[in-house]
Design a protein around this ligand. Structure first.
Ligand code: PLP
Length: 483
């Protein structure tokens, strides 16, 4: 049954809290400009507190979430995160801190951030880390500005950044936001960057090349050392989109692959639930050469104390108020501390093992355009099924919902037609993986035996299939009494 909106539950005269009659004098007129005052009350729903509580409890039970359901959402690393880290981040010693508290009173929090910087530097193989960027895309943007500032400090203005066609959409967006032009290069038939394409695109106007390793096909870029050498030869920087570090963490370090800068998504790999749009943290690590350009303030250790250093004339400035999303940093710190070096390594190997297990079980029945072995994710295609039956990747994604499984990432990377990008993550059990395999094989059978099942799906969810054509043509963006 659809849950009524609070507006539909509203009845005149109902209310949540009764406040006593105010005995304060009325404000003198003129305090608030008359054109800023409402003529009428804002029309909020009139409901009681239990009605509100139940409304949201009902909605919560209809919600798909990672505590209740499996999320094979490629590139997003929607894994289960330990509740202990939530509890640590929620404890008042961290959650009630005010960002303006004097440094000497919050040495614990400052040390936590300092340690996290040091640990990320170790994990990434680059000496300097800034924690401020609040998302992966913001990390990319920060690093590109650092590249620009470094080039400009040498009087070397450059205009272009090379981005492969497998890159996450945030890469070209960050390039454009930073005032560069992006040059798109095609992957080869092995799903890797093509060295000849790079050679053709490279000249002294190239500020940087952005590379995702493993790339968004879930494949390791094996020519990464050669690629970074080629870019460095023309004076450009090499950027690693490290959003999906759970494939290599503990095994390989971007700093040793020739990268000058990398961002990681703490809200993917390091224990902050990822979804609902934030908050996140996309710390950036850079070489010693680029360190002077990192955002301010920088954390430094002086005479046994951790202090903020703002006196950094070459810095690109601030990228976030204060120092980023602190409670995300607390979770990452607690996660790394609990896992230890061995645990982080194990997380990577489990993520890769789980993905390969699924890929091998599905490849006979589903089209796998780029054969593995894969890293933490792989991409299937529903293109051959579409040609035979007209069914599309979206139909399978919606049918998965009937089995309580979240749809995979679809239609990305764009070089795969009807793409279904699957990332099981390291936190799933063999039992969950086996069930997913069973369901995916069943879906492939249904495409032949019972295609309507797929084109009508989902039928077991609280909201059925949306009429997408109507939704696009006749979009209703707000509730009104007669809609
Ligand atoms: C998630 C992701 C990003 C963007 O991160 P946001 O925090 O969503 O901005 C960039 N690149 C890759 C490969 C990603 O998976």
């Amino acid at each position: 049954m659809p849950e009524p909106t609070l507006f539909e539950l509203s009845q005149p005269g109902k209310r949540c809290v009764e406040l006593p009659e105010s005995d304060l004098p009325e404000l003198e007129s003129g305090w608030i400009a008359s054109e800023q005052l409402r003529d009428e009350p804002p029309g909020l729903p009139r409901v009681t507190e239990p009605e509100i509580a139940r409304h949201f409890a009902h909605l919560a039970t209809k919600n798909f979430n990672v505590d209740a359901n499996f999320y094979p959402l490629g590139s997003c690393t929607m894994k289960y995160n330990p509740k202990a880290n939530e509890e640590i981040a929620a404890s008042p010693q961290w959650s009630r801190l005010h960002p303006e508290t004097p440094e000497e009173h919050v040495q614990g929090a400052m040390r936590l951030m300092h340690e996290l910087e040091c640990w990320l530097a170790e994990i990434l193989g680059l000496p300097a880390v800034s924690l401020h960027s609040p998302a992966g895309a913001a990390g990319e943007f920060t690093a590109l500005r650092v590249f620009r500032a470094c080039h400009e400090s040498r009087g070397d203005a450059r205009a272009r950044v090379i981005v492969p066609d497998t890159a996450h959409g945030t890469n070209p967006a960050s390039v454009t936001r930073c005032g560069y032009e992006s040059t798109n290069i095609a992957s080869n038939e092995r799903g890797r960057i093509d060295l000849d394409e790079i050679a053709d695109a490279l000249d002294e106007d190239v500020a940087a090349l952005m590379l995702t390793n493993p790339n968004t096909l879930g494949l390791f870029e094996t020519d990464v050392l050669e690629i970074s050498r080629m870019v460095h030869d023309v004076g450009g920087f090499v950027y690693c989109d490290g959003a999906n570090l759970n494939a290599i963490m503990g095994y390989a370090r971007p700093g040793e692959m020739g990268f000058d800068a990398v961002h990681v998504n703490l809200h993917k790999t390091f224990s902050t639930p990822h979804g609902g749009g934030g908050p996140g943290a996309g710390p950036v690590a850079v070489t010693a050469e680029l360190e002077p350009f990192l955002p301010i303030p920088r954390l430094v250790e002086r005479e046994g104390r951790i202090v903020w250093d703002r006196d950094r004339p070459q810095s690109i400035g601030t990228v976030h108020s204060f120092f980023g999303n602190f409670l995300v940093l607390v979770r990452a710190w607690a996660y790394i501390l609990a896992m230890g070096a061995e645990g982080l390594r194990r997380a990577s190997s489990d993520a890769v093992l789980n993905a390969n297990y699924l890929m091998r079980a599905l490849e006979g029945r589903w089209e796998l355009p780029y054969p593995g072995p894969c890293m933490h994710e792989f991409v299937l295609s529903a293109e051959s099924i579409r040609k035979e039956t007209g069914l599309r990747a979206a139909d399978f994604a919606k049918r998965l919902l009937d089995f309580g499984i979240h749809p995979p990432t679809m239609y990305f990377p764009i070089i795969v037609d009807e793409a279904l990008m699957i990332e099981p993550t390291e936190t799933e059990s063999l039992r969950t993986l086996d069930r997913f395999i069973e369901v995916m094989l069943r879906l492939a059978d249904e495409a032949e035996s019972d295609p309507e099942r797929l084109s009508d799906a989902p039928t077991r969810t609280s909201v059925g299939r949306v009429d997408e054509v109507k939704a696009a043509r006749d979009l209703i963006l707000r509730w009104s009494e007669d809609s």
